[in-house]
Design a protein around this ligand. Structure first.
Ligand code: PMP
Length: 284
């Protein structure tokens, strides 16, 4: 695999980042994941805009322009022959050469790393045809989940808790309400109404969420952005998640309770189809 590090395209085993890098030592880094379908980038613009926002919120310098970023994404897709897959991008505050809680001076060069993941069958995945089983766990993450930082230890532990329970993923609960999935936004559907938590600092502002809610509105589906409990979701007709890497993923079971007939619901399946078609048409 060819990866990108600070201006260079290199074989992955030749790429280097400092041991003092604050991304490594302090999770002082932000990231984006953009999917690739038919060799093209899905919603690059959305991811570039959110990256800028994450960097601004943390007073981190932009490593390069949006045009350069697009160029790097495209070149990696081409060099690695990706038809279906993902491009991972990480920007950290870098380092001035030592470990210190105080931020290094503002002119410190940020570290930028990108790599691809080849995922043939991403669009027509067996997982999406089966649907996901989820469990609920407590949300004990920090309070700025709207910033896409690499503090992924708890989401990673949540995924492990799900695996140990024989499920696929976990939804997190704070103050009695579902926040989001470990790496996706959460929705349920009851009597034809799609319910999802409103945007705030409590959840990541999903790029796929934005697109799917727009497409749902265009398809005349009813949407309610409000807080909801896991009990409501368990009594739903169907449920699903959205993310750049899994698009619209039907949820068929919550905490051992099957939703509907235990297979992917019609609205989730329809939104997945609409999302894939429209975003592939708009891919660049
Ligand atoms: N919430 C969390 C916690 C996530 O990690 C992700 C995916 N990175 C999402 C939601 C979905 O966001 P997007 O649609 O932009 O991938």
């Amino acid at each position: 695999r060819t990866v990108y590090v600070n201006g260079d395209y290199l074989p992955e085993d030749e790429a280097k980042v400092s041991v003092f890098d604050r991304g490594f030592l302090m999770a002082d880094a932000v990231y984006e994941v953009t999917s690739v379908l038919g060799g093209k980038l899905i919603d690059f613009e959305g991811h570039a805009v959110r990256l800028k926002r994450s960097l601004d919120e943390l007073e981190m310098a932009e490593p390069c322009s949006k045009e350069e970023l697009l160029e790097i994404h495209r070149k990696l897709v081409e060099l690695n022959g990706i038809d279906e897959g993902l491009v991972y991008l990480q920007v950290s505050r870098g380092s001035d050469g030592d470990r210190d809680f105080v931020f290094p001076s503002a002119d410190t060069t940020p570290t930028i790393v990108l790599f691809t993941q080849n995922k043939p069958g991403l669009a027509d995945s067996p997982a999406s045809r089966k649907g996901a089983k989820i469990i609920s766990i407590e949300d004990i993450r920090w309070g700025r989940r709207d910033i896409k930082t690499v503090q992924l230890l708890y989401p990673s532990m949540g995924k492990m808790m799900a695996k140990k329970a024989g499920a696929d993923d976990a939804w997190m609960i704070e103050d009695g309400h579902v926040t989001e999935g470990t790496s996706n936004n959460a929705y349920f559907v009851k009597d034809g109404v799609i319910v999802t938590r409103p945007l705030s600092n409590d959840i990541l502002h999903g790029i796929t969420r934005k697109a799917v809610l727009r497409m749902a509105a265009e398809a005349q589906l009813k949407i309610e952005e409000r807080l909801f409990t896991i009990e409501e979701a368990k009594e739903a007709d169907e449920a699903f998640t959205t993310s750049a890497s899994a698009f619209v993923m039907p949820v068929v079971e919550i905490d051992g309770v099957a939703l509907g007939d235990g297979t992917p619901g019609p609205i989730a399946k329809r939104l997945r189809e609409i999302y894939l078609e429209e975003s592939m048409n708009a891919a660049i």
